[in-house]
Write a protein that binds this ligand. Structure first.
Ligand code: S1T
Ligand code: MG
Length: 542
């Protein structure tokens, strides 16, 4: 077995199901082995940001690790934003980069694709990954790979593996996966006892599920735990889509002043808020109507559990959930909640289209044809997703980068085989929408709802006086055919409904529905979010 084969088998062993990538001369040797061995299917895309977003989304939906394979310098450095997004949102992404061979790195010549020094790339990736290795010693490689991939899975964070191009075919032993780390049973028992004591003493306990519940594959167990505890569940903004297909007492998504008042009140009035895998970020908590005293909450994140002024260390989320389930008997009665209703029944008339109409049309579509997993970009399309029925959702809800939506949708279909619905604004589509041109090669056929308000509208809501937020009319729908899909531009609600009915009935080609939205017409969630931010800023300014 050679070093690349050993690495590929280790990736499969740690939960990889495919590789997304773009080669280069520093990467051709290891790409050749990827293609020849077929150990993992390879999907090449058109631009490295898309490679990173697709691999990230695949990791999020399949519950394993995502793999983004690139060349040295121009390739890897082109993907930094996507890897940073994966780091911020705790997605277990493995970056494979080709690199200079030992001989050439000692040639005394400056090499093409190098930035400052030959180590610059390695150092840059140290800032956005939890572990890194350069495979320049075949004897050490199996242990190094085991350590790095073990950290990727254990922390649910990106890692970086550089493969010098003169090492790819070196004989190499197989990688032995690291043994799982033991959890201190006494510490776990004390932690579980204290959590249950606090929840039982609370007048209004609430469980908030965050992204680590998905990252560590715990949705089934957390749904069961919420039923056993008999307490209402909400998701964080980033956790939207969690428990969508599970029988759990799910009230909705917490968005503070930007969200549904009944959900916000449940969280902000709780005296027993259990934050399970929730990132304490501004997008999750910045627009709270009432200040949430985090010292009175139970926070389980990054293998630590904090209550009051003390922290239990080394309590992985899966061990904590198992420990709680072991102590809470199955519920006798079914605990149901009155979940706020989502909009249905679009009026298919000649009125222009608002984001709320898109949510309504999608809810009608899913009611008639079954749920679709959603990949959303950043922009009002993501706020509109809050008015869509609970379904699997991948979105940059915290790091908030544009360009995620289309590549992420391709990653979802590659990973699950399910046809995704992609929500994307015109600004974000200008960045990575062209990855749709790769659908035909792989048989992917997403339905794409392009919110075209000819504007960076989110920015305009904060700074309406700036003319640079105006975007031109690119005519996206007309470009679909050339990329191997079908495109249609819709201006009325009747046209939107007809386009969706045709799209869902057409398989094998991506369906691009360019929805023309009058400038300044926002989703209700975004309107509430902007008003909340403005109110809070005004209050701070005194
Ligand atoms: N560049 C990247 C890669 N990500 C970003 N989030 C931004 C810039 C800043 C930014 C926003 S929202 C926004 C920009 C440029 C405009 C989005 O325009 P569009 O996709 O058309 O969506 P909509 O019209 O619904 O706003 C966030 C605040 O940082
Ligand atoms: Mg726009």
């Amino acid at each position: 077995m050679n070093l690349t084969e050993s690495l590929l088998h280790a990736l499969v062993d740690h939960g990889a199901r495919q590789i997304f990538g773009i080669p280069g001369d520093f990467a051709l040797p290891y790409f050749r082995i990827i293609e020849q061995t077929g150990i993992l299917p390879l999907h090449t895309l058109s631009h490295e940001p898309g490679v990173g977003f697709a691999a990230d989304a695949a990791a999020r939906v399949q519950g394993g690790i995502g793999v983004a394979a690139v060349t040295y310098g121009a390739g890897a450095l082109n993907m930094i934003n996507a890897v940073a997004a994966a780091y911020a949102e705790k997605s277990p992404l493995v970056v494979l980069s080709g690199g200079p061979g030992l001989g050439e790195s000692q040639s005394g010549l400056l090499l093409h694709h190098q930035a400052k020094t030959l180590d610059s790339q390695f150092r840059i990736f140290q800032e956005i990954t939890c572990d890194q290795v350069r495979l320049d010693d075949a004897a050490r490689a199996p242990a190094d790979i085991a350590r790095v991939l073990g950290n990727c899975v254990r922390n649910s964070l990106p890692v970086y593996i550089e493969i010098p191009r003169d090492m790819v075919a070196r004989p190499c032993a197989p990688v032995l996966r690291e043994a799982p780390r033991a959890v201190d049973a006494d510490a776990l028992a004390a932690c579980v006892d204290e959590i249950l004591g606090r929840l039982r003493a609370a007048r209004a306990p609430v469980l908030m599920a965050g992204i680590e519940v998905r990252r560590f594959g715990l949705e089934d167990k957390v749904a069961e735990l919420s039923r056993r505890l008999g307490i209402p569940v909400v998701t964080s903004f980033m956790g939207r889509g969690l428990l969508a297909d599970h029988d759990a007492p799910l009230m909705g998504t917490y968005m503070g002043l930007a969200g549904l008042p009944e959900v916000s009140a449940l969280v902000e009035d709780s005296d027993g808020l259990f934050l399970l895998g929730v990132i304490i970020s501004d997008t999750n908590f910045a627009v709270s109507g009432k200040h949430i005293d985090l010292r009175r909450t139970i926070q389980a994140l990054e293998a630590r559990v904090t209550m009051g002024y003390h922290t239990y260390a080394d309590i992985p989320l899966d061990a904590l959930v198992d420990g709680l389930l072991a102590r809470v008997a199955p519920a006798e009665a079914h605990f149901g909640v009155d979940r706020p209703a989502f909009p249905h029944g679009l009026l298919a008339d000649e009125a222009t289209i608002a984001p709320a109409d898109i949510a309504c049309a999608v809810n009608d579509l899913m009611a008639a044809h079954g749920k679709l997993p959603i990949a959303s970009d950043m922009g009002d399309c993501l706020f509109t997703a809050m008015d869509i029925e609970h379904t699997a959702l991948v979105a940059p809800g915290y790091y908030a980068t544009m360009g995620f939506g289309v590549p992420a949708g391709l990653g979802v279909q590659a990973a699950t085989g399910q046809r995704p619905l992609i929500l994307v604004g015109d600004g974000a589509f200008q960045m990575t929408g062209w990855e749709l041109g790769n659908c035909r090669r792989y048989g992917w056929d997403p339905i794409v709802l392009l919110f075209n308000n000819a504007s960076w509208e989110m920015l305009r809501t904060f700074q309406p006086e700036s003319g640079f937020n105006d975007l031109d009319d690119w005519g996206f729908a007309q470009m679909a055919a050339g990329m191997g899909g079908d495109g249609v531009r819709v201006r009325t609600r009747a046209e939107l409904k007809a386009a969706l009915d045709k799209a869902i009935a057409t398989r094998g080609r991506f369906q691009l529905i360019e929805v023309m939205i009058p400038r300044g017409v926002l989703s209700e969630s975004l309107s509430r979010f902007v008003n909340a931010v403005k109110r809070l800023n005004a209050a701070k300014a005194g």
